[in-house]
Design a protein around this ligand. Structure first.
Ligand code: 5AD
Ligand code: SF4
Length: 448
């Protein structure tokens, strides 16, 4: 019989940075319970799926992967199979019916329940912990940072969870609940420990990260997002700060002004616009107009010339006319985003759009619009990358290139991925590099 210390665990992660970060926390927790993390599911004693449900395709992908775990269970009935993340939150213990081979189900805020769930599962008791989507106001953000260990050069730090917006297309408020913020001192403490563990850059995380308000935390107080950035800059030795993802309606003048004076704040913002048409934005309940968004972009570029601005676009939202779609293309033309993610609208059960609006743009038309968007942006992204050739940038070296030996991979301050030749000992450092070539989605450089 295998001893407890030698049990192995596998996690497959779908979806956003929030899930990626949660999987990291789950791994640390499992290691503290004596599990060894492995890269493939076939021989693992515990197989977990951390799932996403943002679009129908993501949901299907998760369900079909979970289905495959049947075979592992068939080979070894002692294997424990679990589902967490947003599909767990959405479907709850219903999942036990659709997937009879499942042992545990837990929501994004129930990571701390995992040790108990595992104990039950080992006794062949199926167990779920997806009771509440809304975390209580005294919710404590899990923190497994140990300064005696080595952490990555760039790490995520949760500053808030949940979302109080009511975007009509979006499932997130339903699966991640209402906003709860983390006390400022706890955030600073985690970042200080990360710095001592080798981290140079933090990415502050939240579903609507710039809606941060300390008054929505256990500690209370009046600090907003800009105040938090200043506090982190002042009270820690972190070299770089980023955040994901902000909402355009919550980009304040104060935040824009910070780009002009706060050296540690990286010159990049991912600012999902979703549509360039004011009437579509209204149906989406985004809380800003096309003009307001353009004004925000102008403000950011004035404060920080050369700032990289990236975005998310949804095409084919309920009732989107050709003219409204053209407004989105025109928005891309005017802003010239550094890069974009674009999606076909996908109706999600329980959202306002699914209940009260008509998903009336045909699949074929959605595809055509998506193609046009991607086609246009491809050129702009490449041109923007090419404009950096010859410049010297500071790259944070994240690791060695998986494909080519002797190549390092780093991120320059504006978040572009950059490859260059160099010794492995540079991993974790910030090194100056000269950009020598531009590719579709990355840059090539040489160490200066
Ligand atoms: N259909 C298509 N795309 C969506 N997104 C969110 N909800 C939907 C949906 N129902 C996109 C948005 C968001 C990104 C994370 O996913 O563009 O910014
Ligand atoms: Fe997917 Fe949204 Fe959940 Fe992230 S928060 S995993 S994008 S559904």
């Amino acid at each position: 019989m295998k001893s407890h210390d030698h049990k192995s665990a596998y996690i497959k992660t779908f979806g956003c940075q929030m899930n990626e970060h949660d999987s990291g926390k789950i791994s640390i927790l499992l290691e503290s319970l004596g599990y060894r993390m492995v890269e493939t599911p076939e021989a693992a004693d515990l197989v977990l799926y951390n799932t996403c449900t943002i679009r129908e395709k993501a949901h299907h992908k998760a369900i079909s992967e979970i289905g495959r775990a049947k075979f592992y269970k068939h080979k070894n009935p002692d294997v424990i199979v679990g589902v967490c993340g947003c599909v767990a939150s959405q479907d709850g213990e219903e999942l036990f019916k659709t997937c009879p081979h499942l042992d545990i189900v837990f929501g994004p805020d129930q990571i701390h329940a995992l040790p108990d769930l595992l104990k039950n599962a080992a006794e062949k008791k199926r167990a779920g912990a997806v009771t509440l989507v809304d975390a209580p106001a005294d919710y404590v953000f899990p923190d497994f940072v140990d300064e005696k260990k080595r952490f990555k050069a760039s790490e995520f730090v949760s500053i808030m969870k949940g979302c109080n917006c009511a975007c009509s297309y979006c499932i997130v408020p339903k699966v991640r609940g209402r906003e709860v913020c983390r006390p400022p001192d706890e955030i600073v403490s985690e970042i200080a420990r990360l710095v001592r563990a080798g981290t140079k850059e933090v990415v502050l995380l939240g579903q609507n990260v710039n809606a941060y308000q300390a008054r929505r935390s256990r500690a209370g107080g009046e600090m907003n997002f800009s105040g938090l950035l200043k506090k982190i800059s002042l009270e820690t030795e972190i070299s770089r700060m980023r955040f994901a993802s902000p909402h355009p309606k919550d980009v304040t003048d104060e935040l824009i002004a910070l780009y002009a004076c706060e050296e540690k704040l990286c010159p990049h913002i991912h600012l999902p616009v979703q549509s360039g048409s004011t009437s579509v934005l209204k149906r989406m309940r985004r809380g800003y107009t096309r003009e307001k968004y353009l004004e925000t972009v102008e403000g950011l570029r004035n404060a920080k010339p050369g700032i990289s601005i990236t975005t998310d676009i949804i095409v084919g939202f309920c009732g989107e006319t050709e003219a409204e779609f053209q407004d989105t293309l025109d928005m891309l033309y005017r802003v010239r985003f550094d890069s974009i993610f674009a999606f076909k609208y996908s109706s999600r059960a329980g959202t306002e759009a699914a209940c009260d609006m008509n998903d009336d743009v045909s699949q074929k038309e959605k595809e055509r619009r998506l193609e046009l968007i991607l086609e246009f942006q491809k050129k702009v992204t490449l041109e923007k990358n090419e404009a950096l050739i010859g410049s010297v940038q500071n790259a944070l070296v994240c690791g060695t290139d998986r494909m080519k030996k002797g190549l390092l991979t780093g991120r320059i301050a504006d978040n572009r991925i950059t490859h260059f030749a160099g010794h492995e000992r540079f991993v974790g450092d910030i090194v100056p590099v000269r950009i020598i070539a531009a590719n579709k989605n990355s840059l090539s450089a040489e160490v200066v």
